[in-house]
Design a protein around this ligand. Structure first.
Ligand code: ZN
Length: 198
């Protein structure tokens, strides 16, 4: 099978974190999943299907963040830095604090159009409390069937370098998502395993 050979340059498995930005010249073809949110067109239909299937089961999944351009990422970061400077922090401190919650431009999965932040109407704060909701329970049980993984799991912060985010889901495709869920891996660990096998 040629499948394994092409795994590392499979778009579904693109790695974005503090050390890995989007490749230069990476472009995203966008498609709307509702009136305000867009994702990579290759994942739009399955994202819509996941939201609709949840709804059929009485679960309201509310997308609060989706594709974000690199330029928008920069604006958000600048706003956050300004806020910390206004609060009396030095430039370095302000940058350090801002980047705890926001990736550098080009390093956010939202810049790829492959990630969704999902909450629910009754609980819209982006904090750990989301894990107590029925929406989170549904996602934990079902997201992998649509190719989405919980990208920043509890207990993996040392590897992902991002705090636990029960609301952030990343598309990797059903096949990969199933293994990642079964083995309880972060994307970084999964990619390391694949590269060992190759
Ligand atoms: Zn996110």
């Amino acid at each position: 099978m040629s499948e394994n050979k092409s795994l590392s340059n499979n778009w579904q498995l693109i790695l974005l974190n503090n050390e890995h930005p989007l490749p230069a010249g990476y472009t995203v073809q966008l498609k709307n999943i509702n009136s305000t949110h867009q994702v990579d067109e290759r994942i739009a239909d399955i994202a819509i299907a996941m939201i609709e299937d949840a709804k059929d089961e009485g679960i309201e999944l509310l997308v609060c963040s989706s594709y974000r351009s690199v330029r928008r990422q920069q604006e958000l970061l600048d706003e956050e830095i300004d806020m910390h400077i206004t609060a009396g922090k030095s430039n370095d401190e302000a940058l350090a604090e801002a980047t705890q919650g926001l990736a550098m431009p080009g390093h956010s999965e939202h810049n790829s159009g492959l990630a969704l932040d999902i909450v629910t109407p009754g609980y819209q704060s982006l904090d750990q409390g989301f894990e107590e909701t029925d929406a989170f329970y549904w996602l934990s049980k079902n997201a992998y069937k649509y190719g989405f993984i919980l990208r920043y799991p509890k207990g993996k912060t040392g590897i992902t370098k991002i705090k636990y985010e029960p609301w952030h889901y990343r598309f990797v495709g059903q096949e990969h998502a199933t293994i990642i869920k079964e083995k309880n891996l972060s994307l970084e660990e999964y990619l390391a395993e694949i590269n060992k096998i190759k």
